[in-house]
Design a protein around this ligand. Structure first.
Ligand SMILES: [Zn+2]
Ligand SMILES: [Zn+2]
Length: 171
């Protein structure tokens, strides 16, 4: 397999890894760190920022083993992981949450990702994916009626909205 194919494969696989980690670790036993991202939205450092720091060690390990060890193909794997990390940083931190005011315009694909990620922030459930966020149609319809902005307001301040969303979810 060519190096380019491995880079592309690792890049695509990372969306799956990211989905599973976000769903089962960050919204599982690791919620203690991730909650800071859902709560604040006030700029500055979030405890959740420790996650990308931890994920970067995986890329560093891949580069190290690929460079100094015997599994050379881990270098393109490390490049794929890093490219995913950079994409995630741009889409999530810079474009969606505007933590760095580097982009002013609105772009169709990025707006779709933003609208989808907003649904994750509204209800704390799907979509857990970032670059390919898959949202059930009914959930997207329900989110369209939400009147508050989870990127600005804290969920705790809008207990009524949370209560009504749970009422809709109940059978
Ligand atoms: Zn977010
Ligand atoms: Zn989350």
């Amino acid at each position: 397999m060519s190096d380019a194919a491995i880079v592309l494969g690792a890049l695509c696989a990372m969306e799956g890894v990211s989905y599973l980690t976000h769903r089962f670790v960050m919204h599982g036993f690791g919620i203690g760190l991730h909650q800071s991202h859902h709560d604040t939205g006030e700029g500055g450092f979030e405890l959740n920022d420790l996650y990308p720091l931890m994920f970067s060690t995986v890329a560093i390990a891949a580069f190290s083993i690929g460079t100094f060890g015997s599994v050379r193909s881990l270098v393109p794997v490390g490049i794929g992981i890093t490219l995913y990390g950079v994409s995630y940083l741009f889409v999530h931190e810079i474009y969606i949450h505007r933590r760095l005011k580097l982009v002013r315009g609105r772009y169709r694909l990025l707006e779709w990702m933003k609208a989808s990620h907003r649904i994750h922030h509204l209800y704390g459930g799907e979509p857990f994916g970032m670059l390919v966020p898959l949202v059930p149609k009914t959930l997207r319809a329900r989110a369209a009626t939400a009147t508050w902005d989870p990127f600005v307001e804290r969920p705790g301040r809008r207990a009524d909205e949370v209560a009504s969303s749970q009422a809709v979810a109940a059978p």
